[in-house]
Write a protein of this length. Structure first.
Length: 388
């Protein structure tokens, strides 16, 4: 009996020692960790801080971006494989590289290309200068919105951020001439024409130099003649660009129309160019009056028969709203002769379902009556009275 009691006491003592050892391992888990590992404190759900997690995420993203920009370090090395990585990136738009241009993946190309241009403008401009075919490819695919954004980013790089500003200016001139060539081409697809207009307007927004070139290279005259084109698509494109130029603040275009352009146009320009442009505007007003008075066959909709206005005539009204703001004597006189006040007023009743048109016409009359131009107000009031 004694031996059994001694054995049971030993077994109980061993079990107690094992349980004590287990408790020690639970309380000190750092003993099982490698010597270089750091112990991570346990965080309860109540102590979770979303701002700390957000800060960690932001730092991780910044480190990833810095690693991506580190790839461009090859741009500054004089090695045989200079520009290999970037050239491989821009082979995406190479039409002769053996695969078809993928418009669905153009957005990813845009992100990578614009990050490189923003991070390394000097090196990237050097790449484009030494490889002019890249600019050719960008312009070829500029009917795609993503590629168009990359092209605008390249042309709007500040001159102080590059080594050769003369190259940038010449490239802007070349792109401007190519844009006009495609806009004036009757064979251009209407959808491509819309995207080209968007590209042109984006360049005007982002690049002050491009606004200057539109005046210095007599691009305005080409736009005026394009607006009188028999093709409604080409005319609408020209009107959209002219309207954009007139709405831009400090673009110099309004001063150019009035003969107050500073800096002056090229040396070969003659005095009185402003009168030539005003004559073109007067010719436009006569031509657009006939277009606004045309009647199209009604279209059957769910609400009944509706007179179609069309994009072209809406562009005409938007352009007229900008012309009215010039407030020159020749334009006011022409508005009176062509009876534009009554013509615009009748648009409310001719197109009662077109709220966009109503907003533009309302803006014209609002500007006139809020202005201090007495002759313009008199023309509008007298014109409305005579038509009633």
């Amino acid at each position: 009996m004694e031996t059994q009691a001694i054995a049971s006491e030993k077994s109980e003592a061993q079990t107690e020692e094992k349980e004590a050892a287990r408790e020690e391992t639970k309380e000190s888990p750092a003993d099982d960790l490698p010597p270089n590992a750091e112990e991570k404190p346990e965080v309860s759900p109540d102590e979770w801080n979303p701002r700390e997690e957000e800060a960690k995420f932001v730092s991780t993203v910044q480190s990833d971006i810095s690693e991506q920009f580190a790839l461009t370090s090859t741009l500054t090395k004089d090695t045989p494989d200079k520009y290999d990585l970037v050239s491989y990136l821009f082979s995406f738009i190479d039409v002769d590289s053996g695969f078809e241009f993928n418009e669905l993946l153009a957005g990813y190309f845009k992100r990578a290309a614009m990050a490189l241009i923003a991070g390394k403008p000097r090196d990237m401009s050097d790449l484009f200068e030494k490889n002019p075919e890249i600019m050719e490819r960008l312009f070829t695919h500029s009917v795609n919105q993503s590629i168009s954004d990359v092209l605008c980013k390249v042309l709007s790089v500040p001159e102080l951020a590059i080594d050769n500003p003369a190259w940038l200016e010449q490239t802007q001139i070349d792109i401007l001439q190519k844009l006009f060539a495609r806009l004036e081409n009757p064979a251009t697809d209407p959808l491509d024409l819309t995207q080209l207009v968007s590209t042109f307007c984006n360049l005007l927004d982002q690049c002050k130099r491009f606004q200057y070139l539109c005046c210095a290279l007599q691009a305005a005259e080409r736009l005026f003649f394009m607006s009188l084109n028999k093709s409604s698509e080409i005319s609408s494109a020209a009107l959209s660009i002219l309207t954009k130029l007139m709405l831009l603040e400090n673009s110099g275009f309004i001063a150019y129309l009035k003969g107050e352009f500073n800096p002056p146009p090229p040396k070969d320009s003659k005095k009185g160019k402003d009168s030539k442009l005003l004559k073109l505007i007067i010719k436009q007003l006569k031509y657009f009056k006939a277009k606004l008075m045309e009647e199209y066959e009604p279209v059957v909709r769910q609400c009944g028969e509706v007179r179609p206005l069309g994009v072209y005539r809406l562009k005409i009204v938007e352009y007229v709203s900008c012309v009215v703001k010039l407030q020159t004597f020749a334009i006011i006189e022409q508005l009176d002769k062509q009876m534009y006040p009554s013509l615009l007023w009748r648009l409310f009743t001719r197109f009662p379902m077109n709220s966009v048109l109503h907003g533009v016409v309302f803006g014209i009359f609002k500007f006139i009556f809020e202005s201090r131009c007495k002759s313009l107000i008199y023309v509008v009031v007298f014109g409305l009275k005579s038509s009633s």
